[in-house]
Write a protein that binds this ligand. Structure first.
Ligand SMILES: C=CC1=C(C)c2cc3[nH]c(cc4nc(cc5[nH]c(cc1n2)c(C)c5CCC(=O)O)C(CCC(=O)O)=C4C)c(C)c3C=C
Ligand SMILES: [Fe+2]
Ligand SMILES: [Fe+2]
Length: 311
């Protein structure tokens, strides 16, 4: 009888290691039918070409400020290594959606490794068609038909208690005086049109913030205020409200702690946007102390949460 060989596959977005990869990232992202939802692939290709061409140089300047690459790749690799050291019974792989390693190549490797059972873990706590669905569909597209049904995926894990403990502990580590700080959960934004078409991301995000607020209350950690805002708007369309820029304006001469609630590992949106760009905005507004929490990354606590999430 054939031995059962299980794989845990971490799915993430990817990010640029250099300027050529930023072009690749943008091209692949804007050709994704879950991101640009126009049906005609030729029109989508034209839109992708237009956005990539106009955005490339200005976007690259942001990566120059964080060492010429996104931290997302190295941090996801560290997480994979730690899973391989600590999670028994699984070989862990990573797949990125818009930069290598791509599904096609990893699936090929997994078939060579004679994997017979797969658990997909998209590194997005809340479900979105633009992230979870896009990554899972892309992976399954490359899985040979002969592999059969031995595959399952984690749709969301924002309700997982161990995961939420990781978030709470990071937030608590930022101050010994919560009453003096406003806590802002900052989520990556989404076009309103995608939510109106049925994407559950906003609803789950609101629920996640409620769960975390309750957990803080239970621990008797009482922030001056707890808020949810959306960062990283791209283009002229309406995106989810309130934006992080607008939210920060409420806290002139006050202290703020930001938690990046949509991400598992730090990336350009945390290291550049939150830590550099929004910090400057906060300074201009007159915010006194502005702190950005780290994502859960490859912390021992998060590895324990993964064990619980996939069990
Ligand atoms: C229409 C555009 C975009 C949608 C929708 C979108 C959704 C979305 N994205 C993330 C997570 C990440 N996005 C990242 C970068 C990034 N995102 C967009 C656009 C959309 N995202 C762009 C154009 C970029 C590149 C940077 C830039 O030019 O602004 C990243 C960072 C990758 C890295 O380089 O480190 C992450 C992570 C989520 C969770 C999400 C929807 C829920
Ligand atoms: Fe994004
Ligand atoms: Fe951005």
């Amino acid at each position: 009888m054939q031995e059962n060989k299980k794989a845990l596959v971490l799915l993430n977005m990817g990010g640029a290691r250099n300027k050529a990869e930023l072009k690749m990232f943008l091209t692949n992202m804007f050709n994704d039918r879950n991101i640009i939802t126009v049906r005609n692939p030729i029109i989508r290709k034209m839109i992708a070409f237009f956005i990539t061409t106009t955005r490339l140089n200005s976007a690259w300047k942001n990566y120059e400020e964080i060492g010429n690459e996104s931290p997302i790749n190295k941090l996801t690799e560290k997480l994979v290594d730690k899973c391989n050291e600590s999670i028994e019974g699984f070989k862990t792989y990573q797949v990125m959606r818009y930069t290598p390693p791509f599904s096609q190549d990893v699936v090929k490797q997994m078939m060579e490794d004679k994997i017979t059972e797969i658990v997909l873990l998209p590194l997005y706590p809340q479900y979105s068609t633009t992230t979870t669905k896009s990554s899972v569909e892309d992976f399954i597209d490359y899985l040979p038909y002969s592999f059969g049904q031995n595959i399952r995926y984690v749709e969301t894990f924002y309700k997982n208690d161990k995961f939420n403990d990781c978030i709470i502990n990071e937030i608590i580590s930022k101050t010994s005086n919560a009453g003096e700080y406003n806590l802002i959960f900052s989520a990556h934004g989404l076009p309103q049109k995608i939510v109106d078409a049925g994407d559950p991301y906003q609803k789950q995000m609101i629920e996640h913030v409620e769960i975390l607020s309750k957990k803080l209350e239970e621990k008797n950690v009482n922030f001056k205020s707890v808020n949810l805002a959306y960062q990283s708007k791209v283009g002229p369309m309406k995106w989810l409200d309130p934006s992080l820029d607008e939210m920060l304006k409420n806290f002139k001469e006050q202290n703020v702690i930001i938690y990046p609630i949509a991400f598992i590992v730090d990336n350009s949106e945390t290291d550049f946007e939150l830590d550099i760009e929004y910090r400057e905005i906060a300074h201009e507004i007159g915010i006194k102390d502005y702190q950005v929490c780290k994502c859960v990354n490859d912390s021992d606590e998060f590895i324990e949460a993964i064990k619980d999430i996939i069990k």
